[in-house]
Design a protein around this ligand. Structure first.
Ligand SMILES: *Cc1c(COP(=O)(O)O)cnc(C)c1O
Length: 403
């Protein structure tokens, strides 16, 4: 039977969206997945919370699906374990949290454009504002509605991306003070480098931020909640904690660098797992995969893992490893879009169906996000958000009870 016989194409007039359009597609779980340990996330949040002065609030940055964890489940667990605010980068990210019933304050980072003003307000997000032009748009919206729009003032202290420039603090202070339709509920800045050993530039930025705050308060204005630290700043710059810290990466149990302070008990939340789904016996001289990039030097057994660069794994060849039965086995040949191969010759106990870990822990072994970042020639942030949506997310320890 041809496809057209099975489902005749409806005419334009009679066409209606299929009923199934919004329903989940029933399918068997794929033998390759991202595992998110919400119990570990809860534990991490509690450790971070316990490490902070009691008066300092904890904001959890959940942009880009909470760095790949899943924004809604991650936000829920975090809010139940000591986080008081969230931050996103797009209105849609904020709207998804609101639609899930999350009522906590949500800061929207970066800079908005005029077309986004109504979306920010209808979603109940608090925008960061770094130009007088955008401040005036929010001011006009507040005046039109008869109530002040809460905003946070973003200060550029040296990152030179978003924000009012520290050198012009007197000017923008006066400009903002004149606006009656906005209410400044916070002031923030962002470090260009907070997780390296050399904190010279970070301290310079901190000094500039303090100068801006002094000019602001000298004008008789209230700063609201003051904050500057990301994960690196939270760990290594306690003098910059102010009223709140903004933590993203570290909540997932991944450190921003190898030199920043360590907190006992933090562990990785996200792991990437698959299974051996095929195997091949090779004779010396036989090759594996596209381009014949690896050849057996002895009788060898190769296992196939159904995950590739189309899922976000780095496109390496003869580099990297998987964990199987608690042992490291090397990746051999080139990583393809949907598959990669590992040398099982020295692991005779491995059988079809065994779990293989490409990032995360198994037994006493671990492949860290840093290790995958080296393969990807990138940073851990990129590795975490780089696992593609076609890998299903499997949530463990959903109650989020801290271990
Ligand atoms: C992403 C982001 C953070 C969080 O940074 P981490 O290093 O992941 O903790 C904090 N502040 C701003 C402005 C950000 O964009």
């Amino acid at each position: 039977m041809s496809l057209s016989e099975a489902s005749p194409r409806p005419s334009r007039e009679t066409h209606v969206a299929p009923a199934a359009a919004n329903e989940p597609v029933a399918c068997v779980a794929r033998p390759a997945w991202v595992e998110v340990d919400l119990g570990q996330l809860a534990a991490n949040i509690r450790r971070i919370r316990a490490d902070l002065q009691a008066a300092v609030r904890l904001l959890y940055v959940v942009k880009d699906e909470a760095y790949g964890l899943g924004a809604v489940p991650a936000a829920r667990v975090a809010l139940a374990n000591g986080v008081s605010q969230l931050a996103v980068y797009t209105i849609e990210e904020g709207a998804v949290l609101r639609a899930a019933g999350i009522t906590a304050p949500i800061l929207i980072l970066g800079e908005r454009v005029p077309d986004e003003v109504s979306g920010v307000l209808s979603t109940g997000l608090v925008p960061c504002v770094g130009t007088l032009e955008m401040a005036r748009f929010f001011d006009a919206a507040g005046t039109a509605r008869g109530r002040r729009v809460p905003i946070q003032v973003k200060i550029n202290s040296g990152m030179n991306r978003y924000g009012f420039h520290w050198r012009q603090a007197a000017e923008w202070t006066a400009g903002l003070a004149a606006l009656r339709g906005i209410e400044v509920v916070g002031m923030l800045s962002h470090f260009a480098q907070s997780d390296e050993e050399d904190k010279t530039f970070a301290r310079q930025q901190l000094g500039r931020f303090r100068e801006c705050l002094a000019i602001w308060t000298a004008a008789g204005l209230s700063t609201g909640c003051v904050h500057m630290c990301n994960s690196g700043g939270f760990l290594d710059l306690p003098e910059a904690h102010f009223d709140m810290v903004r933590v993203g990466l570290l909540a997932g149990g991944v450190y921003p660098s190898s030199v920043c302070r360590r907190i006992e008990g933090l562990g990785p939340v996200l792991s990437v797992r698959t299974r051996i789904v095929a195997e091949q016996q090779l004779e010396p001289g036989d090759t594996v995969g596209y381009g014949m990039r690896w050849s057996a030097e002895r009788p060898a057994r190769v296992g196939v893992l159904p995950i590739g660069y189309g899922d976000g794994f780095p496109r390496v060849r003869n580099q990297g490893a998987a964990l199987i039965r608690g042992h490291r086995v090397p990746i051999v040949g080139g990583v393809a879009m949907d598959a990669l191969t590992v040398d099982l010759t020295d692991l005779p106990e491995a059988v079809l169906g065994d779990e293989a870990v490409l990032m995360g822990r198994q037994g006493n072994e671990e492949i860290t996000a840093q290790e995958v970042a080296r393969l990807k020639q990138s940073v851990t942030y990129d590795v975490l958000v780089g696992w593609r949506r076609r890998l299903p997310r499997v949530f463990r320890n959903e109650t989020g009870s801290a271990s």
